[in-house]
Design a protein around this ligand. Structure first.
Ligand code: AMP
Length: 351
């Protein structure tokens, strides 16, 4: 946070300068196209993030307000305490790093709706099973800082595992019941306990008013919704749409594991769910038939190895026994080589 005397200065506009410029009292858009323009403005402004540059002599470095990186719980707590004292609203975007446009969309949404945006960048060991890809999971903090900053983050929190889990005998947060046992819970029995525990820690540390998650991980959002409700947490969950590659593959940090052939084969996921949606739109209400249709289509791809294709009622991942008459989620998890990808489709009779 930096207090800047505005005076009469050239302002360089960046593609996402709008919200920050507005916060300073400048017009929300660059009226002259992206570029440098001189504006007359006096007074002071608080700069929420590096989305614009004020070329003011003497301001270091060049008037750029730099997104802050925190590695410790204490530093993040100090930052949050100050922000809260100033009456700022806080948006939290929990991630495991290797940020892509899917993550950036959450950060941008958070920057629109909050004064301060904290992005956590932490490969959480407690949500990985012993034979899963914890060690191999991509870690790219330097690149992540750039993505987060450009999308409008105010701070990035990248703690070590020891910082997040200081005690060997630790406290767990566990959502019980079907919601954590079906779909990914079947093959990843400790996964959602790890997710719920780390998100509780992050919610407490960030004191977030809102936390942003992707619909891509639909079971995760259902589990967290239940946790927030059950534990009376003061955070609003904001669930954002899936961001895809131009060919339809959902963006994922794990896509980098795919060989070119596997990458191509993986398109069967979005395609089969699209066809199921079409069948639903044409009146198919039998859950079994929709599941069988998707299963059969994925099986036509020889490189695919199905973990599950299942359909549940929403909210809460309830069993659907008879014809579909409400909101449903059709979720698939499929391995291509050693890479396990998930994909979901939603449908509602009330839409
Ligand atoms: P991860 O780093 O994979 O744990 O993801 C962090 C957050 O980003 C989660 O809430 C994900 O659902 C979300 N996310 C991941 N991929 C996408 C995507 N393609 N579109 C939208 N959100 C995503």
């Amino acid at each position: 946070w930096q207090e800047i005397n505005l005076g009469f200065h050239p302002i360089k506009w960046f593609p996402d300068a709008g919200p920050c410029a507005q916060a300073m009292g400048f017009p929300g858009q660059d009226p002259f196209g992206i570029g440098t323009k001189t504006y007359r403005k006096t007074g002071t402004a608080r700069c929420p993030s590096l989305l614009w540059v004020l070329d003011i002599p003497g301001l270091s470095p060049k008037g750029v307000v730099i997104m802050q990186l925190f590695r410790t719980v204490k530093d993040l707590k100090d930052f949050v305490r100050t922000a809260k004292k100033e009456g700022k609203t806080i948006g939290l975007v929990p991630t495991m790093g290797a940020l892509h446009e899917g993550h950036a969309s959450l950060i941008k949404a958070a920057a629109k709706e909050n004064d301060v945006v904290i992005v956590s960048d932490f490969v959480n060991p407690t949500q990985f099973g012993p034979s899963e890809d914890y060690d191999a999971y991509p870690r790219k903090l330097a690149a992540d800082e750039k993505v987060a900053e450009a999308a409008g983050a105010t701070a990035i929190f990248a703690p070590s595992p020891a910082e997040m889990y200081p005690h060997k005998d630790m406290t767990w947060v566990e959502v019980t019941g079907n919601i954590t046992k079906v779909l990914c819970g079947r093959t990843r029995p400790i996964h959602f306990r790890g997710v719920a525990t780390v998100c509780t820690k992050l919610f407490n540390l960030s004191q977030a008013d809102r936390a942003y998650f992707g619909l891509k991980d639909a079971q995760q959002t259902e589990v967290l919704r239940r946790m927030v409700e059950d534990l009376f947490m003061n955070v609003e969950l904001r669930i954002m749409p899936i961001v895809r590659e131009s060919d339809g593959l959902a963006k994922s940090s794990r896509n980098v594991y795919l060989s070119p052939e596997e990458r191509k084969a993986a398109l069967i996921l979005s395609r089969s769910l699209k066809h199921a949606k079409e069948a639903f739109a044409a009146g198919e209400r039998d859950p079994r038939k929709l599941v069988d249709q998707v299963t059969a289509e994925i099986r036509t791809e020889p490189m695919s190895n199905i973990d599950y294709v299942e359909l549940y009622g929403m909210p809460g991942l309830t069993e659907v026994t008879g014809p579909i008459d409400g909101r449903v989620l059709l979720a698939v998890a499929v391995k291509f080589g050693t890479t396990r990808l998930i994909e979901i489709g939603r449908a509602s009779c009330r839409e």
